[in-house]
Ligand binder design. Sequence first.
Ligand SMILES: C[S@@+](CC[C@H](N)C(=O)[O-])C[C@H]1O[C@@H](n2cnc3c(N)ncnc32)[C@H](O)[C@@H]1O
Length: 338
Amino acid sequence: MKRLDLGSIMRLGELGDFIIPFTLRAVSDLGIADLLIDGPMSVADLAAKTQAHEHSLHRALKALACKAIFTETEPGVFALTPLAEPLRSDHPMSLKDVFTLLPSDAQAWAHLSHTLRTGEPAFDQAHGTDYWTYLAAHQDESVRVDLWMRSINHLHLRTVLPYFAWGELSTLVDVGGGNGSFLAGLLTKYPQIKGILFDLPHVVAGAGLFLQPVKDRAEIVPGSFFDTVPPGADAYVCKTVLPGFSDDDVVRILANIAAAMRPDSVLLLLEAVLPPGDDYDVAKLFDVHTMVLTGGAHRTTERTAQLLNRAGLSLTEVTPTPTLTILRAQLSATGSDS
Ligand SMILES: C[S@@+](CC[C@H](N)C(=O)[O-])C[C@H]1O[C@@H](n2cnc3c(N)ncnc32)[C@H](O)[C@@H]1O
């Protein structure tokens, strides 16, 4: 292998830099893309409208422009580019709230070597408490995480819903359903379904806003899935929840869902599944993110099937979608394996 491979050195330089990700997020948080909707604007005006420091903002925008995120149309004047468009808050698939700079996340990432050495979540090392307890005590950041989830949910509603026969359901519980934005989208599309949003009290506290358009068919139930889950629904949805937890915790959550299910209920796990091999798959990136924040893990289909079995459930169908995979399960005829 050639030692002095300049192409690889330059490429690694680009892949290894955290300058663009941080700059992108901080600039996105300022709302710069929204200010450029009607056309190019000077940095002086952008800085004045966002209470930013003009020279610093200019330097940040120049760095992004060299990656085609914004363009400097003339010295000191910037415009949107195709890559900057999704940072607009009015974009149908807006990533503005996804590319947000959450200081608590960034501090956790700075402790990644702790995770690599010990297997413990970097978040706990950085903050002295676990991710969920931290968010419960920091309402401002919890709200930003909610907005992040709402944006991701726009993408998931569009890409996942076409792959399951939701029209056959009358009742559904969204277990760990967050702020209700996924359930709201689902109920809007399927007016025959009555849904329950089930999540921790401080999380569902803000859900009324999202569920307002479907409030006649949506019930909000606060609680912990480590205690109990609302019983007797046709379907239990658990979307991007289990990767946040250890294997043993997942079995406890699944066992509580199983205890709530009727014999003919269906459980739908919607999550990113780890594929084998070296090919790019966002699940491999999310897996490290999960490891840093909560200490959980994304899993292969086989691993999830084993955890389902331990909780008295059987995996019956696996349906990939352009984003998440739908893992369908039902109560095992024989009950729990553990
Ligand atoms: C990654 S979020 C996914 C939220 C939602 N399913 C979605 O896809 O938008 C994980 C959710 O699990 C919830 N959660 C964590 N611990 C919980 C518990 N003990 N009981 C119920 N929900 C919990 C969190 O509050 C959060 O809303």
